[in-house]
Design a protein around this ligand. Structure first.
Ligand SMILES: *Cc1c(COP(=O)(O)O)cnc(C)c1O
Length: 333
């Protein structure tokens, strides 16, 4: 069954060999406080300690290393201002390739500088993400650049799947793995590797209530569009693509469940990560802890929660962790 999907356990093992030494094998630690709370052992996979601050480096590095020499010399391109943009900039530079990252004029200066600092050629075009994507399409068409999308690509999914290999290696008895879910590259890859080795382990996708595109698509039986709304988990925003080729089918086949979280629950997850675990995580990275705190995860242990990213604006983080009550509406910005 698994072998008919676009990315297999073998693809993920090959990716692990390819990216070894170029990404960090991140630590996994047990959480005494969460274990006590839910009554089974809880382990935290500290992937927010990854270089560039998120797991996205795994997929981007695997995609860059999988290019032919001719493709690599033409360079890669994407339209992400977030963790994928950072990861692709870093991965390309590490291999001596040029990454072009397209962004709209509305993107804040600090994000532009950050991605430039990582070595990317930043193109500022238009006033929306759509216009930035149109520039990507033009660069692919007219200049032969190779687009590396943030999730819907077999090499990207295989790279993200290496995280699952590390989890099952460290904890073969894992009963449940909690995975932050947006476009589904991480969830598809982790589910393929975890279930490829340990079919009984449950893999649960977690995302915010507001604008959960993969959840809406799974419910509808096909990719659908949802309105994007601000969230503390800003890295989980965006659609899955109406022409989704890889991650929708894999998430439909492999995920046991998708659980939604409110903004207040996500904020509580960030607060717990900081106060009890001494970890600074962005909203998207806190959804596993959030679901455990909210009592939304049942079914035995050990449980592994992936802390997927650290790239939160520190002023926003300070506001979230110092709020003793849920912020008014826990607005995202
Ligand atoms: C991209 C991202 C996600 C979601 O990954 P998908 O592959 O799009 O599902 C989760 N957490 C962080 C920190 C991210 O950057």
């Amino acid at each position: 069954m698994v072998s008919t999907l676009p990315v297999s356990l073998e693809d993920i093992r090959a990716a692990a060999g390819r990216i070894a030494g170029r990404v960090i094998g991140t630590p996994m630690v047990q959480s005494a406080s969460l274990g006590e709370l839910v009554g089974v052992p809880v382990h935290l996979k500290l992937e927010h300690h990854q270089t560039t601050g998120s797991f996205k480096l795994r997929g981007a590095t695997n995609a860059v290393l999988s290019l032919s020499p001719a493709e690599r010399s033409r360079g890669v391109v994407a339209a992400s201002t977030g963790n994928h943009g950072r990861a692709l900039a870093y991965a390309a530079k590490a291999e001596g390739a040029v990454a072009t990252i397209c962004m709209s004029r509305l993107v804040p200066e600090n994000k532009v500088l950050e991605i430039r600092r990582l070595g990317a050629d930043v193109r500022i075009v238009g006033l929306s993400q759509d216009e930035a994507q149109q520039e990507v399409d033009r660069l692919v068409r007219e200049e032969g650049l190779v687009m590396v999308p943030p999730f819907d690509h077999p090499d990207v999914v295989a790279g993200q799947g290496t995280l699952g290999l590390e989890i099952i290696d460290a904890l073969p008895a894992a009963a449940i793995v909690l995975v932050p879910l947006s476009g589904g590259g991480l969830a598809a890859g982790v589910a393929a590797s975890v279930k490829g080795i340990s079919p009984k382990t449950k893999v649960i996708g977690l995302t915010m209530e507001k604008g959960a595109a993969m959840k809406a698509s799974l419910d509808a039986g096909q990719p659908v569009q949802v309105d994007e709304m601000p969230s503390l988990a800003d890295s989980l925003g965006g659609g899955i693509g109406l022409d989704n080729r890889v991650t929708f089918a894999m998430c439909r086949e492999l995920l046991d469940e998708v659980i939604l979280l409110t903004e207040a629950e996500i904020a509580a997850g960030m607060r717990h990560a900081y106060a009890a675990e001494r970890q600074i995580v962005e909203g998207a990275g806190a959804v596993g802890i959030a679901a455990l705190l909210a009592g939304k995860i049942n079914g035995g242990g050990p449980i592994v929660a992936i802390l997927s990213g650290a790239n939160v604006d520190m002023e926003q983080h300070r506001r979230v962790i110092s709020a003793t009550q849920p912020l008014d509406g826990e607005e995202g910005r």
